[in-house]
Design a protein around this ligand. Structure first.
Ligand SMILES: Cc1cc2nc3c(=O)[nH]c(=O)nc-3n(C[C@H](O)[C@H](O)[C@H](O)COP(=O)(O)O)c2cc1C
Ligand code: SF4
Length: 484
């Protein structure tokens, strides 16, 4: 499997091509120091053996924020050093911190814009990045990732909405000026041997934002500047964010937020076309700089297909690994069937939005870390495997009896087959019922449910149960018989 082959990112040899992309945990205090919860979170990720762990965005400067890690001063070095050591001790993954600069926002909805920045302030951003990257090297990390995606400072400079009237705005060349200066001065600070990745949007996903046409040029510039990989994201902008009175603006609440963290209504691999376009452009310009693609990639088969097509070199996953940090290890051990699947309901994102400690809704209630279990016995159905499916007004309701497990039943997977086709995973729930609203009249749906335990072992399925919704009364005569 290509996915499990080692891959070189500059001087860092990743043990495989799975990348845990950065995910703010809100586990730190406002002081920005590493604490036990953060250490436990990343050690848990490391036990699952992804090739690269990109640590959550940490601030390069001293600006006020909610709970967020910081790397803007040497006082953070002992905690960061200890974090890197703990992750390295727990598994073979390489570890890069993601470093970020952001502007001020307030609860009133006001936000500082890049047009407000003076030239000395712009210069200090470059200095902050260089010093933070050099600190990452001193902390013993394996590389560093510069955050130039989403709503933050460098992304706002890259943005097609950057209307600064000086040499830092309007034209694409001017919009790339500060990111170019930052990469060059970071490289000077860390030297050639220390791996440097850059994350940026392959499309802004806002009105008048840039699209893949600019992203291809940005990628080529960064590649030529010596970036060791390019991690592509999408959207996540302030411009279309929805402001809730009394809360700071959260850049993942609008359409661009959905494009960044695609919810269950989006197809798998939602942003992969963007990665494929950027990768092809780089190759056409004789650049072999590796590309990371991210966005609702969840199955090993899909990841393998992306690599086989050459759409990207590395597979980025955030929520799939939050739901099951052992994803990579299970693939390595041929236990894909035991992966606990993310349902993309974005509860984790909502926690981040509200400055609450980020966890996965699938984890046992109250737990701050994903469970770890070595149980090998699958759950059973002591009260029988009957599944009841009832077609109601515009939805299909399912009910089943509880399963049992020697350790604990963790959840139930709902599987659905349409008109005799192969069954697909619809969602996972904790209780013994589910209402399926994603159904249309005239289609024969067949459902089964499987219980899974903390280790991801699946029970045998329930007996299948079928249901068909009827058409609305007013149009029944016209629609019946016209569908296949
Ligand atoms: C709770 C949460 C926090 C995130 N924090 C960051 C971050 O600090 N930096 C970043 O570049 N992306 C961040 N992301 C975006 C993810 O890295 C990833 O690009 C996105 O979730 C889509 O990938 P996925 O479908 O595999 O989850 C965050 C996503 C989530 C859900
Ligand atoms: S909270 Fe939901 S979207 Fe987030 S990781 Fe868990 S299952 Fe996935």
């Amino acid at each position: 499997m290509k996915l499990l082959e080692p891959f070189d990112v500059g001087a860092a040899r990743l043990p495989n091509r799975v990348v845990l992309t950065a995910m703010v945990t809100r586990l730190s205090g406002e002081d920005g120091h590493v604490n036990r919860e953060i250490r436990d979170r990343y050690v848990r990720f490391a036990k699952g053996e992804p090739g690269l762990i990109v640590l959550e965005a940490m601030a390069v400067h001293e600006a006020k924020s909610g709970p967020l890690l910081r790397i803007g001063d040497d006082r953070f070095l002992p905690g960061l050093t200890d974090l890197g050591r703990a992750i390295h001790d727990a598994g073979p993954s390489k570890v890069f911190p993601q470093i970020i600069h952001f502007l001020k926002i307030s609860r009133s909805g006001w936000r500082q814009k890049i047009s407000d920045l003076t030239l000395p302030e712009i210069r200090s951003i470059t200095e902050n990045y260089a010093a933070a990257a050099e600190r990452a090297r001193r902390a013993g990390f394996d590389g560093v990732e510069l955050h130039m995606a989403h709503a933050y400072t460098l992304s706002s400079f890259l943005s097609a909405r950057n209307a600064r009237g000086d040499e830092y705005g309007r034209s694409l060349e001017n919009r790339m000026r500060l990111p170019t200066e930052v990469i060059a001065s970071v490289r000077r600070a860390i030297g050639d041997g220390f791996p440097l990745g850059v994350r940026f949007d392959a499309e802004e996903c806002i009105k008048d934002g840039y699209t893949i046409l600019d992203a291809r040029q940005i990628a080529l510039r960064f590649a030529r500047l010596g970036a060791d990989y390019l991690s592509l994201s999408a959207g996540g902008k302030f411009e279309d964010a929805i402001h809730k009175a009394g809360d700071p603006l959260y850049p993942y609440t609008g359409y661009s937020g959905d494009r960044c963290m695609p919810p269950d209504s989006y197809p798998d691999g939602a942003n992969n076309l963007l990665a494929a376009g950027v990768k092809a452009f780089l190759l056409a310009h004789r650049s072999a700089t590796p590309v990371v693609t991210t966005g609702k990639i969840r199955s090993p088969r899909e990841a393998e297909e992306i690599l086989a097509r050459g759409d990207a070199d590395l597979i980025g996953m955030a929520r799939a690994l939050l739901a099951d940090p052992d994803w990579t290890k299970k693939v390595k051990e041929n236990r894909e069937g035991a992966i606990v699947r993310c349902i993309y309901g974005n509860v984790c994102k909502n926690l981040d939005e509200n400055f609450k400690r980020v966890r996965c809704v699938l984890w046992p209630a109250g737990s701050l870390q994903a469970p770890q279990s070595f149980d090998t016995e699958a759950p059973t159905w002591p009260s029988g495997r009957e599944l009841v499916a009832t077609a109601k007004a515009g939805r299909i309701s399912l009910f089943w009896k509880p399963a049992a497990d020697g350790e604990a039943v963790y959840g139930y997977e709902v599987l659905r087959a349409e008109a005799g086709a192969a069954a697909v995973h619809v969602t996972s729930v904790k209780g013994c019922s589910y209402n399926d609203y994603d159904v249309v009249a005239g289609v024969a749906y067949t459902y089964t449910v499987r219980a899974y335990d903390l280790a991801g072992n699946r029970s045998v399925p329930t007996d299948p149960a079928g249901a068909v919704l009827s058409y609305p009364e007013a149009a029944r005569e016209r629609l019946s018989g016209r569908v296949s």
